[in-house]
Write a protein that binds this ligand. Sequence first.
Ligand SMILES: [Zn+2]
Ligand SMILES: [Zn+2]
Length: 259
Amino acid sequence: MRFIPLFSGSSGNSSLIEAGGVRLLVDAGLTGKAIADALKSISIDPDSISGILVTHDHVDHTKGIGVLSRKYNTPVYANAGTYAAMAPIVKEIDFANVRLFRTDEDFYIGELNVLPFKTPHDAAESVGFAFTEGSNKLCCMTDIGVFRESMFAAAAGSQLVFIEANHDVRMLKNGPYPYVLKQRILSESGHLSNENCGKALVRLHETGVRFAVLAHLSKENNTEEKAYRTVSTVLEEAGVTDMQLVVAKRDRITGIFEF
Ligand SMILES: [Zn+2]
Ligand SMILES: [Zn+2]
């Protein structure tokens, strides 16, 4: 299994996963050109992408989907709620490339098992994804307001967890956002703070998780250093000393993770 975060943050999200004989994008929230260029920079032909999986309809996850699907004839996998809500952004998708899945029901693309699981986030029908191939498991969950038990089950035992560390609560509270937006982000259907990300990882550590990529950092209300330090501190305070952390890059490829 190979996992490559291409872009991650409130200004646009897209990751690549290769496993089970297929190559998939999770979200495509920048221009189609930016994503195609990022793929080409690591010698991946955008034509070779077997599908784009969509977590939810927000533009930082869907901006380039329409262009990529039309240009490279790529299937788009989403649930019905997301398909309806993202239509104004992605425009027409060729009927042959429409792939509907149901939230909380797993399916296969090639040999790769995909479980879209419900996440509490204020979009039409937001999900995270757990990918399993043999004994390898990867879980992607960004845009989550709170870490629920059902998400814990989906992420348990993953070799790599790609998890949101969106904001530093103090920076957000003291920052420039209007009150209503601050309340939205802090709510259970908003975004996960650095501290709550750390707490989620403490729980996941019990299931064998030892590697996490901290994702979807807010540009205004977080820094790479704050995310790393806060999550590390929460882990240390809970006695967890063997969790490896990497902070995802907003505007470039974070790294190539192979397991
Ligand atoms: Zn969102
Ligand atoms: Zn987002």
